[in-house]
Ligand binder design. Structure first.
Ligand code: AMP
Ligand code: ZN
Length: 493
């Protein structure tokens, strides 16, 4: 059933600065592009929050039956240390410091990114293109912009002529900045002097002899400007004009503003119908960011080894914590807030697992139909996950009352309750079903595996008394070890 036909979603469009009814270009299909990570270091939880918001949005579109082409790129070249086209390429710099090939850096942190997202139960995008895989496309766009007179060459580098563009178009349409502001905010540094105006941005940079990441072009051996890759890859895979472009708020300017200008010149059409921006995850009231050292790595949550954490947490608990906030609101991380989310998460999971214990009646005393409607209304209102979760807790309350036979439900309504809970908890929010008792089992097997390892070490060292002691004491606790040719296994009696 195509649920999208009966569910109109309202999205906050950063371009119009208002909530609009969402209508895709092609019925039943959505093209969505999200700026991916620059793979020069491990992603921190702030990055994860942005990607998680779009994972939730992607999941909801899929749930509604849309066919979605979700493109999320990997930035593996061209992202300089700051936004003013200065400094070293972030990846090249890391490669220099660590004495590795840039592509080793790219590989290492792309793998880390994927592992992290898998741990948090993300769905993979439909296409994950890289900047280095699209150099030819980027050069073609630069040629076109040059031909149209909106860019100029200086010493082998090509710059987009922002002032000229702004004569006929509106540079600042997305971010709300005007050129005067941007002149005011742009530091004029020595290295920039080849630009006509400080607010021009690089489409192509000539590489100096030290720069290892370089490609031939009609203008110089060099590399593309960071903003260009997203224009090239989004329009290549989604068309000149596509439905949704997303990213963190901090990318609105200059990155997304520049994307609009480049694509507009290149294709004579506004590239994106709906711009969606996520708000920041903060720590101690400051944006989580690698550059300031104010961040927590995802892995620290699973080990609990971090000064900001009192204990280890499950990935689904961290996911639940982040989705309890609206993607457009700032979320300040605290251990106390995470602990509260953990409590709520287990309460919800317990209720989900109690669904099987409900006995059906001939009649229903609870109105699951209007409850289900409220769940959809929450998500249709710009993906309002905190309201959805509040409704899911109401569903959990129903389940517990039904289990205790304080309310009644018919077979059909129980099916509505069950499918709605499962759809939203697992498919849309992407949580994994874990209860405190299954955590206990996971922990027990971890401890037994550790003792099996210690017993093996004892045997290897011919410390028979210790190895026998481990085996016998485990047996006394009802845990039997079995030695086989592939190692030792255990069973709990
Ligand atoms: P980067 O690799 O720096 O380009 O960042 C990848 C994505 O993470 C971008 O969409 C950023 O907007 C987003 N991001 C960076 N820091 C935070 C933060 N503290 N909270 C939420 N999103 C962030
Ligand atoms: Zn981008």
């Amino acid at each position: 059933m195509d649920l999208y036909k009966s569910n109109t979603i309202k999205v906050y469009n950063s371009l119009s600065k208002s909530k609009e009814g969402f209508k895709s270009i092609n019925e039943g299909m959505i093209g969505m592009y999200v700026c991916g990570p620059t793979v020069y270091s491990n992603v921190h939880l702030g990055n994860v929050r942005t990607f998680m918001s779009f994972d939730m949005i992607y999941r909801y579109f899929l749930h509604l039956g849309y066919k979605v082409r979700y493109v999320r790129n990997i930035t593996d070249a061209g992202h300089l240390e700051n936004d003013a086209d200065e400094g070293e390429d972030r990846i090249a710099k890391k490669a220099r410091i660590e004495q590795l090939e840039p592509m080793e850096i790219v590989q290492r942190y792309t793998v880390d990114f994927h592992n992290t997202l898998n741990t948090f139960n993300f769905l993979p995008p439909s296409i994950e293109p890289t900047a280095t895989g699209h150099i030819v496309e980027q050069i073609e766009i630069i040629k076109d912009i040059l031909e149209k007179g909106m860019a100029y060459e200086r010493n082998g580098s090509i710059y987009f002529d922002v002032l000229k563009y702004n004569e006929t178009e509106h540079y600042g349409i997305l971010s709300g900045r005007n050129i005067e502001d941007s002149i005011h905010n742009t530091r004029v540094l020595d290295g920039q002097s080849e630009k006509k105006n400080p607010q021009d941005f690089a489409l192509w940079k000539k590489a100096d002899e030290r720069h290892i990441m370089r490609w031939p072009s009609p203008w110089s051996d060099g590399f593309p400007g960071w903003h260009l890759e997203c224009s090239a890859m989004s329009t290549k895979y989604l068309g000149d004009n596509f439905d949704i472009h997303g990213g963190g708020m901090d990318l609105k300017f200059p990155h997304h503003e520049c994307e609009i200008a480049q694509s507009k010149v290149n294709n004579n059409v506004n590239p994106v119908n709906y711009w969606l921006h996520t708000n920041m995850l903060t720590l101690n009231g400051q944006k989580m960011a690698k550059s300031t050292g104010n961040y927590i790595l995802p892995n620290d949550f699973f080990t609990g080894e971090n000064e900001h954490l009192s204990k280890a947490y499950l990935p689904s608990v961290v996911r639940f914590f982040m989705l309890q906030a609206n993607y457009k609101s700032i979320l300040d991380f605290s251990d106390a807030a995470l602990l509260a989310s953990e409590k709520g998460f287990y309460k919800l999971m317990e209720a989900v697992n109690n669904l099987d214990k409900i006995v059906v009646s001939k009649t229903s005393s609870i109105d699951v139909i209007s409850w289900k409607k409220k769940c959809y209304e929450a998500m249709n209102d710009d993906f309002n996950t905190p309201i959805l979760i509040a409704n899911l807790f109401e569903g959990a309350k129903f389940i517990n009352l039904l289990k205790e036979e304080k309310q009644t439900i018919s077979k059909d309504y129980l099916e509505v309750l069950r499918s709605t809970i499962n759809n939203f908890v697992f498919d849309v929010l992407g949580l994994k079903n874990t209860t405190e008792s299954t955590i206990g089992e996971d922990k027990l097997s971890g401890v037994v595996e550790m003792l099996i390892g210690m017993r093996k070490d004892a045997r290897d060292n011919k410390n028979w008394s210790l190895s026998d002691q481990i085996r016998d004491e485990l047996l006394a606790l009802g845990i039997q070890l079995k030695d086989g040719k592939d190692g030792t296994t255990f069973s709990v009696n």
